[in-house]
Design a binder for this molecule. Structure first.
Ligand code: COS
Length: 382
């Protein structure tokens, strides 16, 4: 595949080395595992990614967003479930990496080694895009908190060892009354009530919290700061969702180019037809444009920007929407084989869809970008 993007000025030599080493690992040592039992597959993937040292990049003292993006892009190009397993260790522990106490960071040792699996429990049956409406409650007691409510579409739900969960602590209405908590999976009162099946299978569950007792030291960050904790975590991880989409798109483009180079149509390879070249041009353009937005956002954060809300939203929105189009065109170029169960482009077609929804749907990213643009304009106009 085209690796010329690694020469872009966004990267340092350590990033090129990381991308090369992971590519080599995926081609030689990577676990070739059966995906039919997704729970077992994810446990194996987390253990192997941990043992090989890749999960050290998923959290810790700080996050290098370019490394996270390169890893997700590379894993996604080879295996969507490997990307999922890596990504969730980062998102799940994101609040601990960014805001955790030294005691809470003990969990990071385990998620970075691949000996514990983490999850990010924000979405509720009544609030997905509108986080400020979250209704799960955390009531103060003499020595801690009691949590009640429901969380849904929680990735790694059912196999996670630890959850970061967001609940209403009531300091103020709406966004200013939420807090983040660290909740081990074996805490009494936490129940996995339903496993959710989706078009690209991965561990996903609906959770119920019924009188879950947590101690004082489970609180991550300040009471009432949970909305900002969640948004800050999402700002760090949204470019990486774009990177996973980019990995899927690069794979689709490579598959399509191999196909049109080999397949004969009207007496010549498909690649010689201008209509086919039009598809390849659109796909290649989308891939490069997505990569530029993703690595611009990652670079901006890594070089010290306090917030990359706008850049992260642009990267996620563009890359996920573009990848959907790229993959759809690859399916088209494959003809009947493109929709045949088990072919690479068929599975990419299913894998990409959720990325336009989770960690902030495309519509939410537009809202975020427009708000940032208007607020910058108003600040400049004053
Ligand atoms: N970083 C830090 N602080 C942020 C922030 C960010 N990215 N975004 C908002 N805030 C702050 C705001 O500055 C505001 O604080 P002040 O009142 O002190 O200024 C506060 O948080 C509330 O912000 P806002 O009024 O913009 O919140 P809204 O309720 O209007 O919602 C959206 C904002 C819709 C953008 C937010 O709810 C969102 O991102 N939703 C999608 C959530 C998501 O990704 N869900 C998927 C779950 S994970 S699979």
């Amino acid at each position: 595949m085209d690796r010329s993007f690694l020469d872009w000025p966004f990267f340092e030599q350590r990033h090129r080395d990381l991308a090369d080493a992971l590519e080599a690992w995926m081609q030689t040592d990577a676990p070739r595992i059966d995906h039919h039992d997704v729970d077992a597959a994810c446990r194996t993937l987390v253990a192997k990614l941990g043992a090989a040292g890749w999960l050290r990049h998923s959290g810790g003292e700080s996050l290098d967003i370019r490394s996270l993006c390169l890893i997700r892009e590379t894993l996604a190009r080879h295996d969507g479930l490997a990307d999922f397993a890596f990504a969730m260790q980062g998102l799940g522990m994101g609040a601990v990496t960014l805001f955790g106490t030294p005691e809470q960071r003990a969990w990071l040792e385990r998620t970075r080694e691949g000996t514990a699996i983490s999850a990010f429990a924000l979405t509720e049956p009544g609030s997905g895009s509108d986080v400020a409406r979250s209704t799960t409650t955390a009531r103060r007691t003499d020595d801690g908190w009691v949590l009640d409510g429901e969380k849904t579409y929680i990735s790694n739900g059912g196999i996670a060892d630890v959850y970061v969960v967001f609940a209403r602590t009531g300091e103020a209405p709406g966004a200013k009354g939420l807090s983040a908590f660290l909740m081990p999976a074996d805490t009494p009162g936490l129940e996995v009530v339903e496993r959710i099946e989706v078009i690209a299978p991965h561990p996903l569950a609906h959770l119920r919290l019924d009188g879950v007792e947590l101690s004082d030291d489970a609180l991550i960050g300040d009471a009432g700061a949970g909305f900002k904790v969640a948004m800050t975590v999402l700002d760090h991880f949204r470019p990486t969702v774009g990177a996973a989409a980019l990995g899927f798109a690069r794979r689709a483009l490579d598959e399509a180019m191999a196909r049109v180079s080999e397949r004969q149509l009207f007496g010549a390879p498909m690649a010689e037809l201008q209509m086919v070249q039009g598809h390849i041009a659109d796909m290649a353009l989308d891939v490069d444009a997505a990569a530029l937005l993703i690595y611009r956002a990652a670079w901006a954060k890594d070089r010290g920007a306090t917030r990359i809300t706008r850049e992260a939203a642009m990267a996620k929105l563009y890359a996920t929407e573009a990848a959907q189009k790229v993959i759809d065109q690859a399916v088209q170029l494959f003809g009947g084989d493109g929709v045949r169960t088990g072919t690479p482009v068929e599975s990419l077609y299913r894998e990409i869809r959720a990325l336009r929804i989770y960690e902030g749907a495309s519509d939410v990213q537009k809202l975020v970008i427009a708000r940032a643009a208007l607020s910058d304009f108003e600040a400049g106009a004053r």
